[in-house]
Design a binder for this molecule. Structure first.
Ligand code: N1C
Length: 261
């Protein structure tokens, strides 16, 4: 039995039903099929710990502490030099890590995998599964079950990274680096300088799209300065070739996809 309200509406508010079933199914897929080295993880316990974080609670006031039992329960280490952060470039980052299988985005770890693209929440008035609505995050509702989850797991993901870490950024949006993003507000500040010596940024541009920002732009200068102040070296590359080739699958005729380029 689950107690709580789990919704993922397809409507304008964006959520869907069956989050518990999806989470349990994804956990089993991940631990039994994709990463059998984690096969002794207890997915029912993971599901119950996940839902306990927010069921029967105010959906606007979830705290980091609410998710602490889940973080403590699911410990998974990513090998050094294999962490890939992303910001505003989720699809390409996942396509790339899907091919370059030794790289891990957060969604390639168990906690990120079970929650990716879901929206969920609880309701203090009921312990039943409610199939309706989760409030959007805004000024009056700043700590939703979903947003706090990503903050907590992103923090943990960054804290445990080591060696050289990578971030894929989007140079076709307004700014490649944004201090308001989870990457810019949580992950960068939770890298441990004693364990992470270098951050490599890849600024990717949509093929045939605009190039609004690049490694030479001011947002990357700001990122470099934050990272260097934290005693971590910084390198930036525009259109990192291996990721560009992933983009080229959809644009094989584009000049930048030619091997001669
Ligand atoms: O705010 P962002 O990007 O910079 O967050 C991305 C950054 C990645 O490096 C991840 O490790 O933070 C982590 N992360 C997720 O893995 C994730 N999956 C899904 C953060 N947010 C994540 N989501 C949802 O996307 C979540 O609802 C959050 O608000 C967005 C952030 O996307 P973004 O702005 O492109």
């Amino acid at each position: 039995i689950w107690v709580g309200v789990l919704t993922w509406r397809q409507s304008s508010m964006g959520a869907t039903d069956h989050v518990s079933a999806i989470v349990l199914g994804r956990c089993l897929t991940y631990t039994r099929n994709m990463h059998p080295e984690l096969r002794n993880q207890d997915c029912k316990k993971i599901l119950n710990t996940f839902t306990s974080a927010f069921v029967s609670k105010d959906p606007c006031n979830i705290t980091k502490e609410d998710y602490q039992p889940l973080i403590d329960l699911v410990t998974q280490t990513v090998p050094c030099n294999k962490t890939l952060f992303w910001s505003r470039s989720k699809e390409l980052a996942h396509q790339y890590s899907g091919i370059q299988k030794e790289m891990f985005t957060l969604e390639d770890t168990l906690l990120g995998y079970i929650a990716d693209n879901l929206v969920w929440c609880g309701d203090p008035r009921t312990s039943e599964v409610k199939e309706e609505f989760c409030p959007y995050r805004n000024e009056n509702c700043s700590s939703t079950a979903t947003s706090v989850f990503w903050t907590v797991v992103s923090q943990k993901f960054a804290e445990s990274a080591c060696g050289t870490v990578y971030v894929m950024l989007n140079g076709s949006g307004t700014t490649a680096f944004s201090k308001a993003s989870t990457f810019g507000s949580v992950e960068v500040f939770n890298l441990h300088p004693d364990r992470v010596h270098t951050l490599h940024a890849w600024v990717m541009h949509d093929i045939g799209g605009v190039e609004r920002d690049s490694c030479l732009g001011s947002s990357i200068k700001e990122l470099k300065s934050i990272v260097n102040q934290r005693n971590i070296s910084f390198f930036c590359q525009d259109d990192y070739r291996p990721a560009r080739f992933v983009q080229c699958v959809r644009h094989p005729e584009h000049p930048s996809c030619s091997v001669l380029m």
